[in-house]
Design a protein around this ligand. Structure first.
Ligand code: KIV
Length: 260
């Protein structure tokens, strides 16, 4: 998927598929299967580095893995995560985002809302495409008191909606919603003209993302409720990825069982 096609997916109500990748081989397989977007997620802190959270991931790590993934992505939109503390102020955000774009990313993603307004603005001024990330923000796992569903009460739900609208006004191209009630994600998706991509956010987002290791049943620890292991009923990884794509496009995944 080209960057310019993002909004047409929403307009024609075609769900966007996204998987994380951290190396050239998995990225090639996902790209060949036709996944619309590939995210070099800082979840690599968990699944590659074996850490409890993403806080130890560095810009050096993200550049290394983005370069590897970029070597084999031909069709998918390539998004790279900005790691913890790499977007504390506008100048730092611009410098680090430029490094990820030079490494082969077509878009950068970072977590948070209004508190990062200056960072969103500087990227917009410099025409660097941005993916927002609201709801559960794994880089704030300590402040959030664990990996908990966000936006369950009225005021926190309103704050997520307000942040989403702000991000859209600041030129953000697409928004990841993680671990929010399905009803809230549906409301946000309806209010925005940019697409939302959900993970633990119900079927009414404009697309779905999963950590690839999770959807292949490879886990070092906790398996969140929103994860489905697509390899269980498939003969091989390619079939599992094709099944993920099919299930997202037909809205068979996620079910209520994977939602809050
Ligand atoms: O780092 C990551 O893999 C992510 C996804 C969970 C959206 O941010």
């Amino acid at each position: 998927m080209k960057l310019s096609e993002l909004n047409s997916f929403k307009v024609k109500d075609e769900k966007i598929t996204c998987l994380t990748a951290y190396d050239a081989s998995f990225a090639k397989l996902f790209d060949d299967c036709g996944v619309d977007a590939i995210l070099v997620g800082d979840s690599l802190g968990n699944v590659i580095q074996g850490s409890e959270n993403t806080l130890g991931v560095t810009m050096g790590d993200m550049i290394y893995h983005t370069q590897a993934v970029a070597k084999s992505v031909k069709s998918a939109l390539l998004i790279a995560d900005m790691p913890y503390r790499s977007y504390d102020n506008a100048e730092q955000t611009l410098k680090n985002a430029q490094s990820l774009m030079s490494a082969g990313a077509q878009m950068v993603k970072f977590e948070g809302g209004a508190e990062h307004e200056a960072s969103f603005k500087i990227l917009q001024e410099n025409s660097i495409p941005v993916c927002g990330h609201l709801g559960l923000q794994p880089q704030s796992v300590i402040e959030m008191g664990g990996y908990k569903v966000q936006g369950r009460d009225e005021s926190s739900a309103q704050k997520i909606l307000d942040d989403a609208l702000l991000l859209e006004s600041l030129g953000v191209s697409v928004l990841v919603l993680e671990c929010v009630p399905a009803q809230l994600a549906a409301k946000i998706s309806k209010h925005l003209t940019i697409p939302t991509i959900g993970i633990g956010a119900g079927v009414n987002c404009d697309g779905q993302v999963l950590v690839s290791y999770d959807m292949l049943g490879i886990n070092t620890g906790r398996v969140p409720k929103f994860v489905k292991n697509f390899l269980i009923e498939s003969n091989n990884i390619t079939t599992a990825v094709n099944e993920f794509i099919r299930s997202v496009k037909t809205q068979e995944f996620p079910t209520d069982q994977h939602s809050y």
